[in-house]
Design a protein around this ligand. Structure first.
Ligand SMILES: Cc1ncc(COP(=O)(O)O)c(C=O)c1O
Length: 386
């Protein structure tokens, strides 16, 4: 049919030359997905079964990232979410209902705790906490209505490594599912499913993204029934990941092995050096013996990454600890981690359920700067403690 130029702006017959091949995944941005005929239109979410139906459920860029994470974690399917916390929310909302009970470790990532306390309780879900070192002893925390047990290993800030297989064994005996926040290991240094986990999540924001410029999360499962449950909830709550962010994450993945190796080596060297410093009481690095659960790390993990904490000696005041962080020149002050830049963050642990480190704990993320420069930076900042 003949077309006016204004119609041609939208329905063009022009084409680019064919035959383009490149190493990158194209960024497919779309809300509307086209169907070949009226009868083929469907709003089904499972694009593996019905083909592409709506941008909400993933364009090829999003689903390629999902498939690649799934491959790395040895899962059946992965759902990519707009952030790590979004992945956490999706899991809670998909697996729990009013009257159920969920168990979380006392050292769980703060926003996960807030979601459980402030939102899940409001919807009639019982929430309670267990000591991260509980292992098989977690059994005493179960109630008849316990449906989900979370693990986070190592745990946020205090870095306790958990006995995930023992917790999984107890959970399965009680008919509960085990969810793991596997962000620290980037989904590669701890094989979640081989250790009894049912749902593995990670914040792709950290090591997969790798450059502090995106927010994404991933939820991976082995069981098709769980995929169905999560997929339906994902559709219902409508939290699609941006294809642009997924494209950056696909790029980040390609260099993740070399980045992880570099941050592992530097973090181990700095952790070992800090352990010898008179100002430091404890180095909470899973690969060092002073970290609670270090033996479990040796048993279950195949590597370590760039995030660990230090605890200053009892004589240091909060002002001194903050002065140390402020004096750092290469370690920047900021949340999140897994990028190329080293970071430091001082915390104040006030909960009686957490170790009594108080204001003396500082979390360090070791980036890709030269090790000697990072060591010199820490050394000059330690002099500020005096
Ligand atoms: C252990 C852990 N899980 C989940 C998240 C949440 O990730 P996001 O910042 O992408 O929401 C974080 C972020 O700091 C984290 O440290």
């Amino acid at each position: 049919m003949s077309k006016d130029w204004k119609t041609r702006l939208i329905h063009s017959d022009a084409t680019a030359p064919p035959g383009f091949r490149a190493l990158t995944t194209p960024v497919y941005r779309a809300s509307t997905v086209l169907f070949p005929e009226a009868a083929a239109a469907t709003d089904e979410w499972n694009q593996y079964e019905v083909g592409y139906t709506y941008g909400m459920y993933g364009t090829p860029t999003v689903l390629e990232l999902a498939a690649r994470i799934c491959e790395l974690e040895n899962g059946f399917r992965t759902i990519v979410t707009p952030g790590g916390q979004g992945a956490i929310s999706l899991i809670h909302l998909a697996l729990l209902k009013s009257g159920d009970h969920v168990l979380l470790p006392e050292n769980i990532y703060g926003p996960n705790r807030s979601l459980a306390n402030q939102v899940l309780r409001r919807f009639g879900v019982e929430v309670s906490y267990y000591p991260p070192a509980a292992a098989a002893g977690v059994a005493s925390a179960f109630r008849p209505n316990t449906r989900v047990v979370w693990c986070e290993s190592p745990g946020s800030i205090t870095m306790e490594v958990q006995d995930v297989p023992a917790i999984a064994e107890a959970a399965h005996r009680h008919g509960a599912l085990v969810v793991l926040d596997n962000t620290w290991s980037a989904g590669v240094y701890f094989d979640a499913f081989a250790h009894g986990v049912d749902v593995s999540m990670q914040a792709l924001t950290k090591y997969v993204g790798g450059h502090s410029d995106l927010l994404l999360g991933a939820v991976t499962v082995r069981d098709p029934k769980l995929y169905e449950q999560l997929g339906r909830t994902h559709q219902a709550i409508g939290c699609p990941a941006s294809p642009d962010d997924c494209s950056l994450a696909l790029r980040g993945m390609k260099t993740m092995a070399v980045r992880l190796k570099a941050v592992e080596e530097s973090a181990l060297a700095l952790g070992g050096w800090l352990r010898e410093r008179p100002e430091v009481e404890l180095v909470l690095h899973p690969a060092l013996p002073s970290c609670p659960g270090h033996e479990l790390w040796k048993r279950d993990f195949t590597g370590s990454t760039g995030l660990f904490s230090i605890v200053f000696q009892k004589r240091y005041t909060k002002e001194q600890v903050l002065r140390f962080v402020d004096a750092l020149q290469l370690f920047e002050i900021g949340y999140s981690w897994g990028g190329v830049t080293s970071l430091a963050m001082a915390y104040e642990l006030v909960s009686p359920q957490r170790p009594a480190y108080g204001h003396r704990i500082v979390r360090l993320y070791v980036g890709l700067e030269t090790l000697d420069d990072l060591r010199a930076d820490l050394e000059q900042a330690l002099t500020a403690l005096k």
